[in-house]
Design a protein around this ligand. Structure first.
Ligand code: G6P
Length: 542
């Protein structure tokens, strides 16, 4: 099995080797492989002591395989072929990449967009099994999905207990309610944090149900594990490369997987790196979905692809290598790589906003400008007369060494619903999709600045890069996009609809960013499809 970290940039290689040599002198690689919780300082120790279980998962998770095997058999016997995963951040990013790489279908719900959830509900409900995954058991999005599916099943005369599988930590409120409801419950290893949980039940259960070979994943990870602790091991070199580059100012980590057979790993790495390092005004900004632009603060990590650093390994091994690397980089950066101290800020704001609004409208404020189907909220320069001016102003606002984050609280799949001509070539079809996809904004704005431009779907990013946005360096500029909801969805047992929760989440994060003095503009699409087209057209004019 090819498993290596190599370097396309000699200076990065030299700095990584030097940092690795120093760590080896201190005995760090071995100590980390053995699960030493003291490596990140006294303040981090108590958390680290219950967060290093990922080091042994390639072995310990094998114990889950018989239980998972039985579940897969039952689900197959009942012809439940549509696997839906409700889970945020660490509870869905790994299964998403595992299934995409294995080319098996998995519907991931990590959204509060009513349209996106409705689409999943409308798809083969009679043959759907839903995995409700939440480590804490209290994540609002996942709780909402569970409630919505329970009702949908009941309305269709299906017993939810036959269709809902819960993955959670022992003792969580979800474990309790799931047992009471008679659901199948698979418990995860509580000594592993969400973003390190790819090889726990959180990664394995939905992936196995969808048809991925999870034994192979553990086998590949086990091979990577055998090397941990050695002085020239891939995870150590990757971690020292990332940590030493960041210390010398190359703290934007561009993730390039364009030549890899692994599908979508950057989205998983993004959470791992952003939540682990982005705190105390420090951190490494992961950038997924963007071309290298050779800015001085950029470091390109290629996954089976050329880069300043290149990581070659099968997926199971990639997980472990990146986790070990992140723990190493955390030590070099002087941060605790196992907490996420600023994620809660936006959640608390959302709860407050919903509570204060009661039944009334949410506090959206008044638009500073309206351009066709797009309302603009935020402080704009006086000369801004239309959307192109707004985008220009936003780009000009990015400080030296800063970045732009586009945050879209929209339906991630809406672009694929746009009708295409029956005889259209694949190229034409992808062009049509791109013309309706809010994510196209990333590329359109990236070519107009030498600063990194990131793109995140809300509320998904709140559980990933959201930590870095708030806890990392004070150099981000934020462009949030929200949209009018035409067909909302009730959240059974809750006073809000999904659409109202989605908007409150956007407003909650906007508040958290502004409270920290981060420049943030919100664009609201009063007609989503027309709004996206208008926005992309405006970006082309910048
Ligand atoms: O698995 P859950 O407890 O539902 O948590 C899902 C996600 O929520 C939080 O926002 C954390 O910051 C993430 O690290 C975590 O992966």
């Amino acid at each position: 099995m090819d498993m290596s970290v190599t370097f396309g940039d000699d200076s990065v290689a030299a700095a990584a080797a030097e940092a690795a040599r120093k760590l080896a002198e201190e005995g760090v690689p071995r100590a980390l492989a053995d699960g030493d919780a003291t490596l990140w300082g006294g303040e981090a120790e108590s958390e680290a002591a219950i967060r290093l279980g990922w080091l042994s998962l390639p072995i310990t998770s094998r114990e889950l395989l018989p239980e998972i095997g039985k579940l897969v058999e039952r689900v197959r016997a009942e012809s439940l072929e549509h696997v839906v995963l409700a889970g945020m951040g660490g509870s869905s990013l790994a299964p998403e990449v595992i299934c995409a790489s294995a080319d098996v279908p998995l519907t991931v719900l990590d959204t509060t967009d009513p349209g996106q959830v409705r689409r999943a509900l409308a798809d083969r409900l009679d043959r759907t099994v839903v995995v409700v995954s939440s480590k804490s058991g209290s994540t609002v999005e996942t709780d909402s999905h569970r409630r919505i599916y329970e009702k949908a099943f009941r309305d269709a005369g299906i017993d939810p207990a036959d269709r809902i599988v819960v993955v959670t930590d022992p003792g969580s409120p979800l474990e309790q309610s799931a047992i009471e409801a008679g659901y199948t419950v698979i418990l995860a290893d509580p000594n592993v944090g969400g973003r390190y949980s790819a090889l726990t039940a959180f990664g394995l259960v939905p992936s196995a149900l969808a048809g991925a070979d999870v034994t192979r994943l553990l086998d590949d990870a086990a091979q990577a594990r055998e090397q941990l602790g050695a002085d020239d091991e891939p995870g150590l070199l990757l971690g020292t490369a990332i940590g030493s580059a960041a210390a010398s100012g190359r703290d934007k980590l561009l993730l390039d997987d364009s030549l890899s057979d692994i599908n979508g790993l950057p989205d998983w790495i993004e959470q791992l790196i952003a939540e682990s390092t982005g705190k105390q005004g420090r951190g490494v900004l992961p950038v997924a979905g963007s071309e290298p632009n050779e800015a001085g603060d950029e470091l390109v990590a290629g996954i089976d692809t050329e880069g300043d650093i290149e990581v070659h390994a099968p997926l199971g091994a990639q997980f472990l290598i990146w986790e070990y690397a992140t723990a190493v980089a955390g030590r070099l950066l002087g941060i605790n790589p196992f907490d996420q101290p600023n994620v809660a800020e936006s959640k608390e704001n959302t709860t407050r906003i919903l509570g204060e609004a009661g039944d009334g409208p949410l506090p959206t404020g008044t638009p500073a400008l309206v351009d066709g189907p797009v309302e603009v909220y935020g402080d704009l320069p006086p000369h801004a007369k239309d959307l192109s001016d707004v985008l220009t102003a936003v780009l000009q606002d990015i400080p030296d060494r800063g970045y732009l984050a586009i945050l879209a609280y929209l339906d991630r799949e809406a672009a694929f619903d746009v009708p295409v001509p029956p005889e259209a070539s694949f190229e034409t079809i992808t062009d049509i999709w791109a013309a309706h996809d809010p994510a196209s904004l990333q590329g359109l704005l990236a070519i107009r600045t030498d600063r990194p431009v990131t793109f995140g779907w809300g509320p998904r990013y709140l559980h990933s890069t959201g930590q870095y946005h708030k806890g990392g360096p004070q150099n981000g500029v934020f462009l949030q996009i929200t949209g009018a909801v035409t067909d909302d969805l009730d959240v059974p047992g809750k006073p809000y609809t999904l659409g109202r929760l989605q908007l409150a989440q956007a407003l909650g994060d906007l508040d958290a960013l502004r409270q920290r003095g981060r420049p943030a503009v919100r664009l609201h699409l009063t007609d989503r499809e027309a709004g996206v087209r208008h926005l992309l057209a405006a970006a082309r004019e910048v």
